[in-house]
Design a protein around this ligand. Structure first.
Ligand code: DC
Length: 218
């Protein structure tokens, strides 16, 4: 049976950076499930579908073909044949993903795809519902979190480094709103699985978190 490490937690806790590094060190495949929800969000924005119209989104999502492709070990997201890996990182796409990920049909399609990937390969998979829904029998489950203030400051520094002029308070408020939406949605809300290990990265470096997870896996 394949080995599965599930990493869940709120936006900005460092999941993707840590999951990517861990997967590289263990020679596992990294699966970023948020990227899949982002692709569905992007599809709706591109096709002018009202993301708040559940029926319209569920119907349109049947025409969105999301695939993952690995080039030199890096995950690329292919939406109906086009590589959208960069586009899905835009702020508005993240917001759309948070909305469309509430809909049952969207979740069941992507969950099926994620389960299939994890059956075929050893994976480090990150998201919101991996330990609770997608891989309930994962070898190791981590719930990675950090305070909203620390996550906001990390995002602020990232945007500054890109030459933007962000407002820290607005970023922290946005993070809190996203947390609330992800934690209170009806289907598969973000929550720590009963058998997940809680890791708070507020005062830890990336390497410290990776080492901690490796020691838990060993
Ligand atoms: O991790 P991220 O910011 O790329 O995720 C984008 C959105 O997708 C996030 O607001 C919640 C949703 N998501 C989800 O509902 N379930 C997952 N397994 C991964 C992401």
């Amino acid at each position: 049976m394949s080995k599965q490490i599930a990493i869940d937690g709120p936006a900005g806790a460092g999941k993707s950076t840590i999951a990517k590094k861990l997967a590289g060190d263990l020679s596992f495949v990294y699966v970023d499930t948020g990227a899949m929800y982002r692709s569905i969000g992007l599809y709706m924005l591109k096709h002018g579908i009202d993301i708040y119209d559940k029926a319209a989104v569920e119907k349109a999502s049947q025409n969105a073909d999301v695939r993952l492709k690995y080039i030199d070990g890096t995950q690329h997201v292919i939406l109906n044949g086009a590589d959208v890996s960069k586009e899905i990182r835009e702020e508005q796409v993240g917001k759309a993903a948070s909305v469309v990920s509430q809909y049952g049909q969207v979740r069941s399609n992507l969950t099926a795809l994620q389960k299939k990937l994890a059956e075929e390969e050893n994976v480090v998979m990150d998201g919101r519902d991996i330990g609770t829904c997608v891989l309930p029998n994962a070898t190791l489950k981590i719930y990675l979190t950090a305070s909203a203030e620390v996550r906001g400051k990390r995002r602020f520094d990232e945007l500054k480094a890109k030459g933007e002029n962000p407002d820290l308070d607005t970023i922290i408020e946005d993070i809190k709103k996203r947390d609330k939406a992800d934690m209170t949605r009806e289907i598969s809300p973000l929550k720590q699985a009963d058998d997940a290990v809680l890791v708070d990265s507020s005062d830890m470096t990336i390497d410290e978190v990776v080492d901690k997870i490796k020691s838990l896996y060993a």
